[in-house]
Design a binder for this molecule. Structure first.
Ligand code: ASP
Length: 343
């Protein structure tokens, strides 16, 4: 190829790229270099699991196993990380085994108020709902907010009106009745939130669910769903539905779902902080998560943890509590669910 040919070729390539930009079309997205196929990471809440009865742990493990398989099946068939996050969280919400969906903790008024968010790391689109009382799957309503409204976060009655307009059924309070939570609520009520039956008010949080995923096209997504903290005031909203605090995804950084005492995660904008360190300081995700969760949060006595993924498939699962239920699955389909530091 002589010089003239080379110039001609470069001009054609240049004009083709300009054309795409002028059309408003982006060049096709390519998987990130070094991507290890797809991956999905799930958590079932950080806290102290030592006093959780074994039958409850077994129920959580069974539900998480089913949830991971649901997410894996989507990613293995080239589905999107967004679909995988939603499907995985729906299983956990429906199980009643976690502080989310049907198993959610009650507020001081004895009713659940649910928070959830979902975010697409490829487009930065996000949707969230907070303080909803009659929605079986807040993660799916959050996705509808993302896809069907110009907004990011809808709360309370407005969110439920929107649900109705989308054909999402409103559940009666009985749907959310479960003996485990009712008993806990009665103990808390009798002692005004200071029941000895609880390990300690803050370490009682251990049942929020969250998922981060990387799909075969190289896109990240994150989602979180929760009933919030034990004995929370009616109307209290935690970090989970707040984009950047408890949930965040950006292909240029990472995807994070957090769990713990939400007020600390809100004040420290934990999810966005970790992803910004990855994005701007080029710090490995595990180190960024350690710096935020094990140093900054610990210094403030902010209990909790995170799961995270970057576009190369690097995983972070970091918590400063006694335990965090968690699991990772990759293309080979193998996974282990751990609860404490070592197992
Ligand atoms: N972060 C949640 C909240 O503060 C609770 C949790 O993760 O256990 O609402």
């Amino acid at each position: 190829m002589n010089r003239t040919h080379l110039h001609l070729l470069l001009s054609v390539v240049f004009l083709a790229v300009c054309g795409m930009v002028a059309d408003g079309k982006q060049p096709p997205r390519t998987p990130s270099s070094g991507a290890q196929g797809f991956a999905l990471v799930v958590h079932g809440g950080a806290g102290d699991y030592r006093k959780v009865p074994q039958d409850q742990i077994r129920a959580k493990r069974a539900a998480m196993t089913e949830a991971i398989k649901a997410g894996y099946n989507i990613l293995a068939k080239s589905g999107t990380s967004l679909d995988a996050v939603e499907a995985t969280i729906r299983v956990l919400e429906n199980s009643g085994a976690f502080d989310a969906g049907r198993g959610a903790y009650y507020t001081r008024d004895g009713v659940p108020e649910l928070d959830s968010a979902i975010m697409d790391g490829g487009t930065l689109k996000a949707g969230a709902v907070a303080a909803v009382q009659h929605i079986a799957n807040p993660i799916s309503l959050a996705r509808l907010v993302m896809e069907k409204t110009p907004h990011v976060l809808l709360v309370g009655e407005g969110a439920e009106e929107f649900a109705k307009s989308q054909g999402v059924p409103l559940q009666s309070p009985y749907y959310f009745f479960n003996p485990r939570e009712w008993e806990r609520y009665q103990k808390l009520k009798a002692t005004n939130g200071k029941s000895d039956a609880l390990v300690a008010p803050s370490t009682e949080m251990r049942g929020t669910v969250g998922v981060v995923a990387l799909d075969q096209a190289g896109n990240l997504a994150a989602g979180t769903s929760t009933g919030g903290t034990t004995w929370k005031m009616p109307g209290r909203v935690g970090d989970s539905p707040l984009i950047g605090a408890g949930t965040y995804a950006n292909n240029d950084g990472c995807a994070i779902s957090a769990t713990g005492v939400g007020e600390f995660f809100m004040r420290n904008v934990v999810a966005a902080d970790i992803c910004s360190r990855v994005r701007y300081l080029h710090v490995p995700i595990e180190q960024a998560a350690n710096d935020v969760v094990m140093k900054e949060l610990v210094a403030q006595k902010g209990e909790g943890g995170i799961i995270g993924l970057d576009r190369q498939g690097h995983v972070a699962m970091v918590f400063n509590t006694n335990g965090m239920m968690r699991g990772v699955v990759r293309a080979d389909g193998k996974f282990v669910i751990n609860v404490s530091q070592s197992q």
